[in-house]
Write a protein that binds this ligand. Structure first.
Ligand code: URA
Length: 429
């Protein structure tokens, strides 16, 4: 039992720019989880943290207190090393789907506890749930057995993992306190450390479609999370990656699964393949595997075999036809030239408004909804050609999706365009 404090004393300390002591942090996180500290008191504290920050030691202690609020998983008995990836969220970010079976096909187990999408970034579980029969909920024993037999599991995090974070994240969502780097870093890392992975690669997105709009804030978040992981004995690195342009050519659920399967079949959009391979190499290196080239496992079909086994193990049918939207609408290019910009936030918001995402966590999502774009920045387009295809089961959704896509792209007649790198930088040893 943590040494008792008073909620107002803790709030006032942070409001006035002071440091929270270890016992204050232990007490307030535990008391909030037990309902002794009220939501309005934790809201005030979260806002004080957002405004005045926390130093590295405070963030580390806060993370430990959130881990201690629930269970810790343990994969040390597995016959192979483990490595996981976490993305801070982007548009068209289907990378987990090809990445998990690819890394497993290279001999490293991937225990990936994922979430559902909220807002304009899609959720990995929503995408996988568009596969007929596939189920996200596994017991810890089922997860362990699948890691041993298949090597990769993507499933829903159970209620026992960092319950303090679950409660605090829901509160932050409705009190304007999501965007505090100490709170984001401790929220993500408490779940990843409690999950028990041996090594971790963080994909920290930067740009209009990401949480972190600037490289400076993304770097600060990456450095904070890498330090937390390293201090907890988890080999952790972060890649800062581009998210002003959406990834690949699709944002939605079933259409993103189809694009991922193209990558596993040795094709797919070049940027999705590049990022999948870059993250796979980091995950393998973190687990001590340096003698396997993941590109070979895409080429020889073994990543595809692992994908099918992974889907079947969770009752999904990897060969079943995927859902398609009942209605579609083409947005055509208003001029000829080179596409020089396609805004990730606008495309992600359009996919969300078409029914691919949800506004409240209990809302259903449409499997077939989303946006398919037919050109990427740098491609030549011709006036009148379809630039994007909007997909939904409910045609009254087109109007609001089209509204957010107004001004979402630029076409240049002089043809000059220079693409920036997808991987902007790497943080960690
Ligand atoms: N994702 C999380 O899990 N937590 C945050 O605070 C932000 C993004």
């Amino acid at each position: 039992m943590a040494e008792a404090h008073d909620a107002v004393e803790v709030i006032v300390t942070k409001r006035d720019g002071g440091r929270l002591s270890d016992t204050m942090i232990d007490w307030v996180v535990d008391a909030y989880t037990r309902g002794v500290v009220a939501d309005e008191q934790m809201s005030a504290l979260a806002m004080a943290i957002l405004l005045n920050g926390m130093d590295r030691a405070e963030i580390g202690r806060w993370t430990d207190a959130m881990i201690a609020s629930g269970e810790r998983m343990d994969f040390s008995g597995l016959s192979r090393p483990t490595s996981d990836k976490h993305s801070t969220g982007g548009v068209g970010d289907k990378i987990t789907l090809p990445l998990a079976p690819l890394v497993a096909a290279c001999g490293v187990a991937v225990p990936q506890l994922s979430g559902r999408g909220l807002g304009h970034t899609g959720g990995t579980l929503d995408k996988l749930e568009s596969i007929p029969g596939w189920r996200a909920g596994l017991s810890n024993d089922e997860m362990l057995a699948q890691l041993e037999s298949v090597g990769a599991v993507v499933c829903a995090a159970g209620d026992g993992l960092a319950p303090a974070d679950k409660k605090l994240y829901a509160l932050r969502d409705v009190t304007g306190t999501v965007e505090a780097i100490p709170l984001i870093a401790s929220s993500i890392m408490s779940k990843k450390i409690a999950e028990g992975t041996g090594s971790l690669v963080l994909d920290v997105k930067v740009g209009t479609g990401a949480f972190m709009k600037t490289e400076e804030t993304a770097r600060e978040l990456a450095e904070t999370m890498v330090a937390l992981g390293t201090d907890a004995g988890v080999h952790t690195v972060a890649l800062l990656t581009e998210m002003s342009t959406p990834l690949g050519l699709t944002a939605g659920n079933a259409i993103e699964v189809e694009e991922s399967v193209e990558v596993l079949a040795g094709g797919g959009p070049a940027d999705v393949v590049e990022l999948t391979l870059a993250l796979a190499k980091e995950m393998l290196a973190g687990a001590g595997v340096t003698d396997v080239d993941p590109a070979d496992k895409l080429a020889d079909g073994s990543a595809m075999d692992t994908w099918k086994a992974m889907i079947r193990a969770q009752d999904g049918d990897p060969d079943a036809p995927m859902a398609t939207a009942r209605e579609s609408h083409d947005l055509v290019a208003p001029a000829s030239g080179v596409l020089t910009r396609l805004d990730a936030l606008a495309v992600g918001t359009a996919a969300w408004r078409l029914g691919a995402g949800r506004s409240r966590k209990e809302d259903p999502v449409q499997a077939g909804a989303g946006v398919r774009w037919h050109a990427r920045p740098g491609d030549q387009v011709t006036e009148g050609q379809p630039l994007m295809t909007l997909l939904t089961d409910e045609p009254d959704r087109f109007e609001r999706a089209l509204a957010v896509l107004e001004g979402s792209f630029d076409i240049s007649s002089d043809g000059s365009f220079t693409a920036g790198p997808i991987v902007i930088d790497r943080v960690g040893k």
